[in-house]
Design a protein around this ligand. Structure first.
Ligand SMILES: [Zn+2]
Length: 90
């Protein structure tokens, strides 16, 4: 079973993607990496409003720290087991 930084984050992470604000963990595509991304963390942590298709009109923002407990997201959520969606454009 995966580890979570806190229960509040877990609740929002596990909520369906049509249910209000939720957290999503995505992995950057190889295509994006190939365009010159030089960082060492391929995962991104985002807050979005509900959505059904991940398109450019989806309101979202990238976060680095858990808004509930302050944990560094990259230190916990750093494997493919956490990835919610692969159908994103980056
Ligand atoms: Zn947390």
């Amino acid at each position: 079973m995966e580890r979570f930084c806190c229960d509040k984050f877990r609740f929002r992470y596990e909520a369906g993607n049509g249910m209000g604000f939720n957290f999503r963990i995505i992995k950057l595509s190889q295509k994006f990496i190939d365009r010159g991304y030089l960082g060492d963390n391929r995962y991104r942590y985002i807050i979005t409003e509900g959505y059904t298709v991940f398109d450019e009109n989806t309101k979202m923002t990238v976060i680095e720290y858990c808004p509930y407990c302050g944990g560094v997201l990259a230190s916990v959520y750093n494997s493919d087991n956490y990835v919610n969606e692969f159908n994103h454009p980056f």
